[in-house]
Design a protein. Structure first.
Length: 281
């Protein structure tokens, strides 16, 4: 693979990645960890000789199950696949066709477009946090070069992927819902027990705190407990502390600033996702 990558710009396409052995995964991780950066190179043995090989390339990999390491997942958009039905069956059966002239026409057009286009290497990514900036810079640059509508559509599609990723991490959902609670109540601090009560009252599509199944989704559905709440918030750096409230009494609770800081540090926060949809092209 590295021999082909060194011949010029390319895209790495891999199928059945779950069947690759540990040594193969180790080599692929080089591309995942370094290949997102333009000019990335690595010294490797090619045909018995050591040489610098270019690693900068997008990658599309397919496989069954959870075959990616946490580092790889952090630089990946996951698209779940499922067997098509009669309603979703493709119009063409590509495995049996021989005439691909329409694909050739598209390929020729893209090659001509690539020679002439002048992409903006620094598109507006102000509403994205650092990890997602690396992931989408190229996609947004290409979309923006095709016009404002394309740029807006790609941003909306990416926002959908970010929301899906965030929904799989309930600690980030809770951090975002915390700000919703603070805003709704117009307060800057809240008792832990009151926060738990307000979580269960939230009327939002992703507010499932009355039927929480823990992070692994294996537990029975139950109203989220104080212990569940503390465990999730600790994952994003939020812990309760003694606070003094308007009645003069001291109780354990949270400050709004803790949730704001947690979402700033969370690379996939809902706040950045929602801003992404609205960002100007």
């Amino acid at each position: 693979m590295t021999e082909f990558m060194d011949q010029g710009p390319c895209t790495v396409l891999i199928d059945e990645l779950d069947l690759i052995d540990k040594e193969g995964l180790k080599r692929l991780q080089l591309i995942w960890n370094l290949g997102h950066e333009r000019g990335a190179m690595r010294s490797l043995i090619v045909k018995g000789r050591r040489k610098l090989v270019k690693l900068h390339a997008p990658m599309l990999a397919a496989g069954v199950g959870n075959f990616l390491s946490p580092t790889q997942r952090s630089r990946t958009f996951t698209i779940e696949m499922e067997p098509y039905t009669e309603d979703t069956k493709p119009e063409r059966e590509y495995t049996t066709e021989e005439d691909f002239s329409d694909f050739d026409a598209v390929y020729a057009y893209l090659r001509n477009w690539a020679r002439k286009v002048r992409l903006n290497p620094k598109p507006d990514l102000s509403d994205l946090l650092r990890r997602h900036r690396d992931n989408v810079r190229g996609l947004i640059s290409i979309a923006d070069s095709c016009g404002a509508k394309w740029g807006a559509d790609v941003r909306e599609a990416l926002a959908s992927l970010f929301r899906k990723e965030q929904a799989e991490r309930p600690e980030h959902t809770m951090a975002w819902h915390g700000l919703v609670i603070f805003d709704a109540l117009g307060i800057d601090q809240i008792r832990s027990v009151d926060f738990n009560r307000e979580l269960k009252r939230l009327d939002l599509p992703d507010a499932r705190w009355t039927r929480y199944r823990n992070a692994s989704n294996r537990d029975y559905a139950h109203p989220i407990t104080m212990q569940d709440q503390a465990v999730l918030l600790k994952k994003v750096g939020i812990q309760s502390s003694p606070l003094r409230f308007s009645d003069g009494r001291q109780r354990r609770g949270y400050r709004r600033a803790q949730f704001e800081e947690a979402l700033r540090n969370a690379s996939g926060s809902s706040r950045s996702q929602l801003r992404l949809v609205k960002s100007d092209v």
